[in-house]
Design a protein around this ligand. Sequence first.
Ligand SMILES: [Zn+2]
Length: 316
Amino acid sequence: MSEINSEMVKELFEEQFGSWEQARNNYKALDGVLAKEIQVDGFPFKVQFNPARIVSSAAKVDAKSIQERKCFLCKENRPAVQKGIDFLYKGKDHYTVLINPFPIFSRHLTIPMECHQDQLIKGRFDAMLELARQLPDYTIFYNGPKCGASAPDHFHFQAGIKGFMPIESAPLKMKVIYHSPKTTLSRLTSVMNGVIVMESNSIEDAAGVFDKIYSSLKVKEGESEPMLNILCWYDNGSWAVIIYLRSKHRPECFFKEGEDNILISPASVDLGGVFITPLEKDFTKITAGDISSILSEILISSEEFEATIEKIKSIL
Ligand SMILES: [Zn+2]
């Protein structure tokens, strides 16, 4: 089976910038977006004012709206100019690597499955790790169907060029909760609750540990999987995986009116340390206190996290 690599992705960007005006302009606009740093509990959050992301942040993802729109990840509905690179996992799961025309990163990919299937990570975590291995310049991420995915009905990963999200390099306070020769699990002990960090040198072992974590998590009534965001990258023979356990899709400030409104719909990138504000008023006014309270609202509570950690420890 032939593999993909970062060079092929580089060529894809060059080709698309030459042929696709909208994408070219959106990437160019990224050079001019405003950004600032806000420290939260010693962690350097970036806040990015990115008006083009309103499409995603304000996306209607209720069942009715999803049913009534044409799926933008299905091949037949994608713009004719959009090209992709095939990624075949274990000879069966077919993905296409596409450039994301509404970028947050200077290089931003969307990686949908060929067929229209629900956004569910179960059984696909190993494919995510394999993608990270084949694209070591990128951090791969997964937004659960109720955790920021704007196409909850069509399975996809995304990827952003490494070196942009603070979580990749900021020193993190962690405590080890499980250790084996192949895989170590830790919990974050500062900045935010409900975050598990996995380090592993084996896809099979990491996938086995992930399945156990997954089976320990609660699934809300009427939902198809536990609320999750996942980031993962590969470096020098091993994988780093960050798993965010969520309790809520959008914070209250998203729905508030007037002064109290902050239009922010946090997903993997925000949790990786880059808060995206599509509206300038929010970029200007957001404080460390706002970020902190949004995080504690959308991630699971410390009581639930303690109980979950104990459950995971008991089955590993
Ligand atoms: Zn689709």
